[in-house]
Design a binder for this molecule. Structure first.
Ligand code: DGP
Length: 113
């Protein structure tokens, strides 16, 4: 069992505001949203960081992207949204269970900080 917050959420041990779930992943509302729409797509497999994923995770990683698309559509974000994967503490990762941010609902600047 994963010791992270997200590991506990996907295991059903902690509550979350879920917007999508299947056998491989779930999508929840971010507790500290940075935009009107901010969701996290979280695999149930506890991969700590993207760089820990291997060839065996190829289908899972693709699935997370497609679920992000689906969540964006279902939540009415429209076609302008951003997916973010922070890999490592220096890149802004704070929860070490892989997750894809789905951010939208406002104009987003580039480059990120
Ligand atoms: P990152 O910094 O990339 O590891 O993103 C972690 C995100 O998780 C951050 O946007 C805040 C969010 N978050 C932290 N704790 C919780 C929680 O308990 N529940 C939910 N829904 N989101 C959380």
């Amino acid at each position: 069992m994963s010791e992270t917050i997200f590991g506990k959420i996907v295991a059903g041990e902690l509550p979350a505001d879920s917007v999508y779930e299947d056998e491989l992943c779930m999508a929840i509302r971010d507790k500290f949203p940075t935009a009107p729409h901010h969701y996290l797509v979280i695999p149930k497999k506890p991969i700590p960081k993207l760089c820990d994923a291997g060839p065996e995770d190829q289908a899972l990683l693709g699935h997370l992207m497609l679920v992000a698309n689906q969540v964006a559509a279902q939540q009415g974000i429209g076609e302008a949204f951003r997916l973010v994967v922070n890999n490592g503490a220096d890149a802004g990762q704070s929860v070490f269970h892989l997750h894809v941010h789905v951010i939208g609902g406002r104009s987003l600047s580039w480059p990120p900080g």
